[in-house]
Design a protein around this ligand. Structure first.
Ligand code: HEM
Length: 160
């Protein structure tokens, strides 16, 4: 609890609570990060699942992975700032904890995908057009995990 109290009294928390503009701007940054992350991930995952079969995966990956990574960094940074406003309430919320669990699973999923031989071939530009079934399953899981994270994030606003 003491740690959460320290967060609630921190300078970022005071700035977010004390200014008319800071909270909406940080919130807009969170939404921009989410849009970049999910928009880019959807395009790549749908390609891995067989939609847009004529688009070369290495070209798509080269464009979408940096956009998704930038979006994730922005969403995490702004999310941590938003957390400072009501840390005890968020830490005690099942929706928030569920959102963090899905986020962690999404990160584990992407880490495992990047270790596969097919992903290395994508990075080197030598991947065959059709990904293996396991990678398709990971792409489906990725879509579910990131969209699930988004849904729980949005629900927090309604139920807290
Ligand atoms: C460490 C990472 C993150 C933290 C700590 C975090 C924290 C938060 C907090 C505290 C809020 C405000 C909730 C409220 O309305 O009271 C929020 C909103 C939200 N978050 Fe996150 N978030 C993180 C990452 C993400 C990611 C990766 C996504 C999507 C994939 C996401 C989706 C959302 C959505 C959709 C909202 C509602 C925005 C709105 O309607 O204004 N968050 N987040």
């Amino acid at each position: 609890m003491e740690f959460l109290d320290l967060i609630a009294a921190s300078a970022p928390a005071q700035a977010l609570k004390g200014s008319f503009w800071v909270y909406p701007l940080v919130n807009a940054g969170h939404i921009l990060g989410i849009a970049l992350l999910i928009g880019a991930i959807c395009v790549l995952d749908l390609r891995l699942l067989g939609i847009f079969p004529n688009l070369p995966t290495p070209v798509l990956a080269a464009a979408t992975v940096p956009v998704a990574a930038t979006g994730l960094a922005l969403a995490v940074l702004t999310g941590l700032l938003l957390f400072t406003v009501k840390p005890a309430a968020y830490a005690g919320s099942d929706l928030f904890l569920g959102k963090m669990a899905l986020l962690a699973l999404g990160l584990i999923n992407v880490t495992l995908v990047r270790r596969t031989a097919h992903w290395r071939a994508i990075a080197q530009g030598t991947a065959p057009a059709e990904p293996p079934t396991l990678l398709k399953a990971a792409a489906l899981a990725s879509l579910g995990l990131w969209v699930g994270t988004l849904l729980l994030g949005r629900l927090i606003g309604y139920f807290m």
